[in-house]
Design a protein around this ligand. Structure first.
Ligand code: MN
Length: 347
């Protein structure tokens, strides 16, 4: 029988001589012969299959003790043993994954409670220069921002107020988005409860509920939410209006929509008689974020560039809200104006 030196055998098996010495020491793969004088190990070519199997099992991460068991089995039984081992490894890995996910969650929670956040806010709700009643509602607290625009008519103001009230009873714990979804259902019911035979009030609702730096946004109608972050103003809501639907379909340009006589006609509203479909979204807030919630009494008459300038030019939310209201009046204030400006700050 022709024997191979440890170097040649290692090369043929795709292993290192060091690995072969370890397999020898652990009894996995003793050499075919050992020179009694030099102590050099020699291997038979027939040992290559076993060497390759051992190497492959090592690459799969199997401990040496288990490899010894598997290598001693007939191929079919070895295959079963290998499958059983992998099932155990997978279950262990999944269990470790759950432990890690739990730890990551705990560390993240600890991180957000270490620096507490809150909203610093200002609220204004004005009748405007033309209307003789105010059907808008604006509300802010450390954890909730909301605006609502009730339709004109006797029940309109009560409808908007009822919609915002429904959000104020949000549960402080649990799934924020699910809680907000439930609150919308309650708000819709509250608005419908204002209905009489002569009057079926409806209302828009745009609100942000906060837990730590997690924000849940709810939106129905043409009230709006904007975010000023790093000097950039972005709109967080899409109007649910008849003309926006035409813009989405490519049948109107945004400029034509702004001048359309029926631009205020809502495609979706609370209390509109069908099951309400609200837009719900989760967002992550960053300290320094400035949020603007407003009714169309502001956004229909003040263009985004002017909104941006008013929001960036004022340090305090109070000052920003004052400037925005001034802008609406400068544009004639044809409608009620609801306006909330809130900064996310660490305490
Ligand atoms: Mn309005």
């Amino acid at each position: 029988m022709r024997l191979l030196t440890i170097g040649a055998f290692a090369h043929a098996a795709g292993l290192t001589p060091k690995a072969l010495r370890i397999y020898d020491d652990s009894g996995l793969l003793p050499p075919a012969a050992v020179d009694p004088h030099s102590g050099y190990r020699y291997y038979a070519p027939e040992q290559l299959d076993r060497a390759r199997l051992i190497a492959a099992l090592r690459r799969a991460g199997m401990p040496l003790a288990e490899i010894r068991t598997v290598c001693g089995l007939p191929p079919a039984v070895a295959a079963e043993a290998l499958t059983a081992w992998w099932r155990r490894v997978s279950a262990d890995t999944a269990a470790r994954g759950r432990t890690v996910a739990l730890l990551v969650g705990q560390l993240t929670e600890r991180n957000t409670t270490m620096s507490e956040t809150t909203f610093r806010y200002a609220v204004r709700c004005e009748t405007g220069a033309v209307r003789d009643s105010n059907e808008d509602t604006a509300y802010a607290s450390g954890t909730l921002l909301a605006v609502a625009d009730g339709v004109r008519g006797p029940g309109g103001a009560a409808a908007g107020a009822a919609a915002v009230d429904a959000l104020r009873s949000l549960e402080p714990a649990g799934d924020l988005l699910a809680a907000l979804g439930d609150a919308v259902t309650r708000a819709d019911r509250a608005v419908r409860a204002q209905a009489t035979e002569a009057d079926q009030p409806a209302s828009t609702l745009t609100a942000i509920a906060r837990r730590g730096t997690r924000l849940a946004l709810v939106h129905v109608g043409d009230t709006r939410a904007y975010l000023l972050r790093s000097g950039e103003l972005s709109r967080l809501t899409q109007d649910h209006t008849y003309v926006q639907t035409l813009v989405d379909q490519g049948r109107l340009t945004p400029a034509e929509a702004g001048a359309h006589p029926q631009r205020a006609l809502l495609a979706r509203a609370l209390g509109a008689g069908v099951d309400v479909e609200a837009d719900l979204a989760l967002r992550t807030a960053l300290p320094g974020d400035r949020y603007l919630l407003c009714s169309d009494g502001l956004s229909a008459v003040v263009d985004p560039a002017a909104l941006h300038d008013a929001l960036t030019g004022a340090d305090e939310p109070e000052t920003a809200v004052g400037r925005l209201i001034d802008l609406a009046y400068a544009a004639g204030a044809p409608d009620n104006i609801a306006c909330v400006v809130a900064d996310l700050v660490t305490t």
